[in-house]
Design a protein. Sequence first.
Length: 318
Amino acid sequence: MPEPTAPALIIDGLIRDVGPIPALDGRMKRIISGVYLTAQFGQVTALLGANGAGKTTTIECAQGLQRRDGGTISLLGEDPDKPSAALRARVGVMLQDGGLPPSAHPLPLLRHVAHMYESPRSVDELADRLGIRAFADTAIRRLSGGQKQRVALAASLVGNPEVLFLDEPSAGLDPQARRMVFELIRELRDEGLAIVLTTHLLDDAQKLADYVYIVDAGATVAAGTVAQLLSQATSAEAQRTVTFEAPPGLDPAAALRRELSVSQTRPGSYSVTGPLEPSDLLELATWWAAVGVMPTSLHLASRSLEDVFLALSGTELR
């Protein structure tokens, strides 16, 4: 048993090869080439990256569902490639595809899973909390994607795990269900669980994560809190963006400093980005008055996690 202060999960230099690949003349292809991650109890750790970056492969290696070809992994003090029965009982997993039997119904399935554990969570409480009773009489195969996600989350929690893996937990959820799931994740974190989630959605990472690892092309390219990552990718002068709606065909760049970038994302929608200062906003307002324009909307934002990802990887998250 690891010390209480020890990390729940340590991934050090993970390598994963697949193949042989016919298109590569029978050679192996390296899809993970150096992922590093540490997850602590009482925290949500996010693995953030574009689709195909290696997030799912990484956490499946961490769970022992895929065998690694290099590096080391410690999950609750054990190697997940050689797990004890006790380790399996201490870990909850929600896979991206759900992994649920299609002919089963939600509540009987959850009760069946609960019987496999010594100290399970209350199925009734999970069903109420995640709104599962509303579709409890429907077979899994007939549920919507978001409903399946909620059942899969309940199944991952019913064993009362110490470490919880969530692969794209908000996929397919409507806004109300998403808020419900996010609130539960925060409560589980506050209970002391170590939660490791993958996402390609920046909003999920910013709202949920205590610590973020950015993965690109199978390798960790940055790590830190959201605030630390924003600081890493921002120059000494704060990068901000002001957007406004006005008639198309205008040229606000003529009134602004060359250090500022001006673009028109669509006709009539303008964006000014750079080390904006109060004097720049004054110049912009003066220009509006000079050309007789009253913006129909105005928004000022600081540098986002998406900007950080673009700066580090050169690719967009989709």
